[in-house]
Design a protein around this ligand. Structure first.
Ligand code: TRP
Length: 355
């Protein structure tokens, strides 16, 4: 059989507000990938409930994330945009992967350790199995390319481990049924049912840090709203947050080396460069020697210019929740057409009577 077709899959949890870090680090890259590959973008509501979610908040946040994607330029008619729980094959494949993945693999996941905290015995079983559901998201479509942040790299390695173990454990069945595709493993080419997915890790250029502490990532869980710019912030709020962003007393340097040891300055220059789609060196050449009192208003203007059309569009979309639900339902129907074929093959490989 021919090699796997390139296909992009990515997911985002519908928890808390989307912010500038999500936009520059993830959403904007997804928008760009649409030009080169068929893409699936998934609002991972089943991952969200691995920790407690207020049901009414969850419903609202699923629609908000969907609206943010569409407002940012995700094309739900050319590509596939849907919420995870509408495609039951994800949970079904995750169960089979739960029987492939080893407990030791799960116990090593740093995100599990962080999220479970000290009281591990009280974490949900779903939180431990989280990476196996993520592997199912990706492999239900046999996606080959997964854009994620650095923090998801370990989960993607686990996805590869699950795919490799499945391909290995069932190699005879896969071959006998003619369901294998060639996979390059070092110098060798083996046959596998699942691809070994490649991560597309976000570059350091798009890592957006907190406006209050340049050493911490901008985060939806930071208690201070001043630490982040939310995609729903209006123009005045954006300008105020940038005005109040932490800086140091020095003027901006004119070369990149001058940003060393100045995390807040580095972050603001990085945000400017990313929003303007210009290299940082360009920004420093323009603003070098000028104080933050001049740079901040320029940054605020740029941020408002780039972000408020998205916020406006988001509000317009959110005015019609029924239309959002229709979009998600239509995406799920198209996703399901692919995932159900994968599941039928998986069941026949594993020996689960089906059909
Ligand atoms: N775990 C990812 C995160 O928290 C979200 C996610 C779930 C995902 N399934 C995925 C990302 C599949 C990429 C592919 O960011």
């Amino acid at each position: 059989m021919a090699a796997f077709q390139p296909l992009v899959f990515s997911g985002v949890q519908p928890t808390g507000n989307l912010h500038l870090g999500n936009y520059l680090g993830a959403i904007r890259r997804w928008v760009a990938l649409q030009a080169d590959y068929p893409c699936l973008f998934c609002v991972v509501d089943l991952h969200a409930i691995t920790v407690w979610q207020e049901p009414a908040d969850l419903e609202r946040q699923i629609r908000e994330v969907t609206a943010a994607f569409i407002a940012s330029g995700i094309d739900a008619s050319k590509h596939i945009l849907f919420n995870q729980s509408r495609v039951p094959e994800h949970a079904e494949l995750a169960w089979i992967f739960n029987c492939i993945a080893r407990l030791g693999w799960m116990n090593r996941m740093t995100q599990f350790k962080d999220k479970a905290g000290k009281d591990r015995e009280n974490a949900s079983l779903g939180l431990l199995a989280y990476p196996s559901l993520m592997a199912a998201d990706i492999l239900a479509y046999r996606a080959t390319l997964v854009p994620v942040g650095e923090d998801q790299k370990q989960h993607l390695e686990l996805t590869r481990d699950i795919a490799a173990k499945f391909n290995h454990d069932f190699s005879e069945r896969i071959e006998a049924k003619g369901l294998g595709h060639p996979i390059a493993m070092g110098d060798e080419t083996v046959q596998g049912f699942f691809p070994l997915t490649d991560p597309l890790i976000e570059g350091p250029a798009t890592r957006v840090m907190s406006l209050k502490d340049g050493s911490k990532k901008m985060s939806k869980s930071d208690p201070s709203d001043l630490s982040r710019i939310n995609l729903t912030d209006d123009a005045d709020t954006i300008a105020r947050k940038i005005r109040k962003a932490k800086t140091d007393p020095d003027a901006l340097p004119s070369e990149a080396a001058g940003l060393a040891g100045r995390p807040e300055a580095d972050n603001l220059v990085g945000i400017y460069a990313a929003l303007a789609d210009r290299p940082k060196t360009d920004i420093l050449a323009e603003f070098g020697g000028r104080p933050f009192s001049e740079f901040k208003p320029a940054l605020a203007n740029l941020a408002v210019e780039k972000l408020s059309p998205i916020a406006d569009e988001m509000r317009r979309i959110l005015d019609d929740p029924a239309e959002i639900d229709r979009t998600l339902r239509d995406g799920a129907d198209r996703a399901r057409a692919i995932a159900s074929r994968t599941l039928a093959d998986v069941k026949s490989i594993v020996g689960l009577l089906n059909g």
